[in-house]
Design a protein around this ligand. Sequence first.
Ligand code: PEP
Ligand code: MN
Length: 453
Amino acid sequence: MLAPVYDIPSLADLRARQPKQQPRYEDAAELERALAALSSRPPLVFAGEVDDLRDGLARVARGEGFLLQGGDCAETFAGVTAANLKNKLRVLLAMSLVLTYAAQVPVLKVGRIAGQYAKPRSKDTETRVIDGQEVTLPSFRGDAVNGFEFTAEARRNDPQRLLDVYNASSATLNLTRAFVSGGFADLRTVNTWNSDFVRNANGAGERYQALVEEIEAALAFMVACGIDDEQMHTVDFYSSHEALLLDYEHALTRIDSRSQLPYGTSGHFLWIGERTRELDGAHVELLRHVQNPLGIKLGPTATAEDAIGLADRLDPDGTPGRITFITRMGAGRIRDVLPDVVEGVRATGREVVWVTDPMHGNTYTSSTGYKTRSFADVVDEVNGWFDVHDRLGTWPGGIHVELTGEDVTECVGGTHDLAEADLAHRYETACDPRLNRNQSLELAFMVAERLRT
Ligand code: PEP
Ligand code: MN
């Protein structure tokens, strides 16, 4: 028998499970002081919002909506600026507009935002050749843990950074809430969201402009008819991140005063990564106690038994909207691996959200030495994912992408046909390569096309 889930497991219990991917700190007392400070901070998100998102995801699971989840692989503290955040939000809103208008489905918008500061790494150390000498330092684990700069000082794990994550997330959420409810997301201003982009772009930009003109005509018609709904002036937007650092997540797990139930208050939607999802592991143990909707990443080796075991452990009651499976199997594997997993879960009678992450199974190193992804592979995985769900009659519920609002050059291909030789031009990611604005919009059009047919 598993313990009841209305309490919060102790940090000692979680640590005793020897969780993977956790930073070790030199000074244990310094860590405890940082966690004590974090524990006294107010929650970043509120139980009612979390419940609303879970209800929205329940609708997606029933085929009555589509989830758009996107943002940086790794947010950075330096990236907490109004300009950066605004650019990211407007590309997500534009993608959502394309999906809503072209495919006529309500879109649930969730950012990889306001908390995505910690990264699992496949190697503990990184080696570079500097002045002819091999230098080995600890890997960068995200701004939540250490610094990106390749120096011993920067790469030292610093517990103060956990408080910095809280502050950066808080500032990001504050601006996001203001943007989405304070007129920035008003449909009557859609033509300004991407105006500079549309002026400079071709391909996706021109299609976007044509769509905006159609929407403006439709809105003018509605206004002339006297329809002016509140829904057109604001949007719901939620935060999400990988719940990787147990110290941090535990300090922000709180009992909701209304319901007396535990909630993860570091973000609305929390997911468990491909590397930390073992059934008896500490990540599953903490998250099975909270009420938040949960994502579970499933890579190319995942089986139906893995998926069912995780769903049973994390959601014994089959709560609608609780479980989202985010498959990231790679363009070459998705068509072979996904069908058994989906059929196995379906046979249990569970209604889950099926989401495609077409990024993480398609990463490679370019001939020029950059970690990259090809836009064609991303599109191929999305198509393979749609093919499988179409064949099985299950609802393709959403897409999870790494993207940025900036015109970076990190993934090859797309309308501008970015080549490997172009990657050096603006390669700015702190971790995995992201789709730029044009590639993101192009992907939204492609997804809308598949949803419509
Ligand atoms: C990520 O989403 O950045 C990530 C590390 O994913 P995964 O756990 O699927 O490898
Ligand atoms: Mn990533």
